[in-house]
Ligand binder design. Structure first.
Ligand code: ATP
Ligand code: FE2
Length: 371
């Protein structure tokens, strides 16, 4: 993750949109039909999604009611140092076919039952994205079914909406290794209202963990240590407008460690300060866009203390918080399958040349045709 060109989804402003959206008018809720489409006109009922933006390759199978029929994944765990993109890509290449088979077996279906194949088109590490896109293209071509490329960040939000029917229009606090963003729907697109100006919070936790000798990933280890923490040590609280920054906190936390402060207290302090920053910008986004639902996503969203702080903020505002189960918070194929299914059902069709990967695929590049 260290070698991501940019930690957010918002680094290139070329404004290009993904996929062709069919112009056919449709009654609300009904799937769009394309009279010129060469692909099947039946609505998608089973989608397979392949996720592989970074360290995890995941394959999920989801039906049209967002029932997760399979969600299998495997993560590269470097013995030391950060993730090497080429090594992660080799890992994904080795595991793509067996994981697809495993997902089909778990779902109890054959590949011929699939209506659409979807994959994570970006943002992420180039070699990983290309590997997964190649696997998805090969599968779609061999089955002769449509192929849909999906924005990874958008899929973290859509899986929450799919899982919780009462969560209709949330602000998403998306906190993972590479990404830290506050996202909400406005005027036909998902917009990033705030994000990290330097590193993703998960990367910061993992880097700190690595420096102090904890195994990867550091986030969950620090959560355990923090439970034993008592003293709130001084760390920089960096909120700039709607954005946050974590590299100063990393430097300061490492200095505290060198000074001999207890690791439990440092872990506790990192969590209290970092999560307070995120809670503040999430609340501000909710107030700004007038939304009363907050959804958590990304690996760091598994953290109980973060959930407690955001949950308390939501309660105080009379809002509701939704947290997907852990395996759907982290990078996973099911969220890609579900978002691709929504896109396909709304009429998005991609020719092979539309399925090129984009390392810097921005959240607001996606025209939201399905809501
Ligand atoms: P993305 O590609 O979206 O940036 P990612 O590749 O980092 O995501 P995720 O699986 O979403 O992958 O998140 C992994 C991150 O979540 C790691 O940085 C890990 O330390 C962190 N994490 C996982 N569990 C916890 C936890 N309980 N507390 C804090 N951090 C956690
Ligand atoms: Fe992610």
């Amino acid at each position: 993750m260290d070698s991501w060109p940019h930690q957010g989804c918002e680094s290139v402003r070329d404004g290009r949109n993904r996929g062709a959206v069919l112009p056919t008018p449709r009654p609300s809720g009904a799937p769009a039909r394309n009279p010129f489409s060469v692909v099947s006109l039946s609505p998608a009922v089973l989608a397979l999604g392949i996720e592989g933006t970074a360290h995890t390759i995941g394959v999920g199978i989801v039906d049209e009611q967002c029932r997760v029929r399979a969600n299998v994944y495997d993560m590269v765990r470097p013995e030391k140092g950060g993730i090497h993109p080429r090594e992660a890509a080799n890992h994904h290449a080795e595991l793509a076919a067996p994981m697809i088979r495993k997902a089909l077996d778990t779902a109890g279906i054959s590949a011929d039952d699939l209506d659409v194949v979807t994959f994570s088109q970006g943002p992420g590490l180039g070699p990983c994205l290309r590997t997964v896109a190649t696997a998805a293209r090969a599968l779609a071509l061999s089955l002769d079914v449509p192929l849909v490329g999906v924005n990874h960040c958008v899929s973290h939000l859509e899986i929450g909406r799919g899982l919780f029917p009462e969560c209709r229009d949330p602000v998403l606090l998306y906190v993972s290794g590479g990404n830290t963003q506050v996202i909400a729907y406005a005027r036909g697109r998902y917009r990033v209202f705030g994000e990290t100006l330097d590193i993703g919070l998960g990367n910061m936790l993992d880097k700190f963990g690595r420096e102090v000798g904890l195994p990867f990933p550091g986030g969950p280890r620090l959560e355990k240590l923090a439970l034993e923490g008592k003293e709130l040590l001084p760390l920089p609280y960096s909120v700039k407008g709607m954005d946050v920054a974590f590299s100063g906190m990393l430097t300061a936390a490492l200095a505290l460690h060198r000074r001999g402060e207890r690791l439990e207290d440092i872990a506790f302090s990192i969590q209290e300060v970092a999560f307070a920053m995120l809670t503040e910008v999430t609340e501000r986004a909710m107030a700004h866009v007038g939304k009363d639902e907050v959804l958590l996503g990304g690996g760091v969203a598994r953290n109980q203390r973060l959930q407690a702080m955001v949950g308390r903020m939501a309660e105080d505002r009379g809002a509701r918080m939704f947290v997907p189960p852990g395996e759907l918070c982290i990078d996973n194929g099911a969220m890609i399958a579900w978002t691709g299914l929504l896109m396909h059902r709304s009429g998005v069709r991609m020719a092979l040349e539309d399925t090129l990967v984009d390392q810097r695929f921005r959240t607001d590049q996606v025209e939201v045709t399905w809501r």
